[in-house]
Design a protein around this ligand. Structure first.
Ligand code: HEM
Ligand code: HEM
Length: 243
């Protein structure tokens, strides 16, 4: 029986022969490293819950305002954390990339060749900046509507509502991106945002072929699953373990 050692974690290139390792996902406990600190996790799930308050019936306006102001404070704190916080994966300098690198990463996603990152990936980073910017726009315009100078002003109301609709679009893409990245890299990013931990190894490499996981392939797999077929042209069958 061959030892299941470094071979299981070795990067697999297109030319390399399949690594003969057992096809099993790496569990969080194996080599798990802390990635998202308590503040970032609390920030994320608090913002998600508070944004929901913004969509309550207008009769709950007080709650709407309080929730919105809390979002603003959290976003400002997150910006501070991103500039000089103690979490190295949470710093903007660690994850913000140039537009060029972001586009290159998006192309790699489409080809199923995007590399896994321990912190935010370049596409996720761009989305995070967009989400934070939009949250700022919503909350600042909301606050403006509470002042004498801007109370009931048409363009501020339009800005507030339009930014809110835009946020919904971004959140749809954000959740879609999280699901796609989780699927491509075989790791549960939502669980990581809850526990704060990720595997130190690349879970995709725990699967022998290091195969491509493109969005088109995802759709084919889903179709095959719905149709109750196991054969979707899937070449990801586990290699028989040696010995
Ligand atoms: C109002 C809705 C949401 C907003 C405004 C939002 C915003 C954000 C922000 C700002 C981050 C960056 C976290 C940081 O570095 O501080 C983030 C990351 C993340 N969010 Fe959300 N989010 C929303 C909804 C969701 C939902 C519903 C899910 C679950 C499917 C989710 C899953 C995640 C995950 C897994 C990450 C980490 C992504 C990674 O590993 O790079 N988010 N989100
Ligand atoms: C993430 C935070 C927020 C979200 C998602 C949000 C969302 C919304 C939405 C969807 C509406 C339209 C409601 C409708 O037409 O029935 C609205 C209206 C309004 N929001 Fe917010 N809001 C947020 C934060 C705030 C804050 C912080 C304030 C003020 C402190 C505020 C003040 C207002 C006001 C005054 C209106 C009524 C505008 C009008 O006259 O039609 N909002 N908000």
């Amino acid at each position: 029986m061959a030892p299941a050692g470094p071979a299981a974690t070795r990067p697999v290139t297109a030319k390399a022969r399949p690594v003969k390792a057992k096809a099993r996902p790496v569990t969080a406990k194996e080599g798990a490293v802390p990635v998202w600190d308590r503040f970032i996790r609390a920030f994320h799930w608090a913002v998600v819950s508070l944004v929901v308050l913004g969509f309550l019936d207008p009769r709950w306006h007080r709650l709407h305002r309080m929730g919105g102001v809390a979002v603003l404070l959290l976003v400002l704190a997150r910006i501070g954390w991103g500039i000089g916080g103690p979490n190295r994966h949470g710093r903007f300098a660690a994850f913000v990339r140039t537009p060029r690198a972001t586009l290159a990463y998006l192309r790699a996603i489409a080809r199923g060749r995007a590399h896994r990152t321990l912190g935010h990936n370049p596409a996720g980073a761009a989305m995070i900046l967009a989400l934070i910017g939009t949250l700022l726009l919503i909350t600042v315009s909301g606050l403006m509507l509470e002042t004498n100078a801007y109370y009931g002003l048409g363009w501020v109301i339009v800005l507030h509502k339009a930014a809110t609709s835009f946020l919904l679009v971004l959140v749809g893409l954000h959740v879609g991106g999280v699901v796609l990245a989780s699927w491509q890299h075989r790791e549960n990013l939502v669980r990581a945002m809850l526990s704060g931990h990720k595997s130190a190894q690349d879970p995709a490499l725990a699967h022998p072929e290091g195969e491509r996981r493109s969005p088109a392939r995802a759709i084919r797999d889903l179709h095959a699953a719905v149709m109750g077929r196991s054969d979707s042209g899937d070449d990801r069958k586990p290699q028989p373990s040696p010995g």
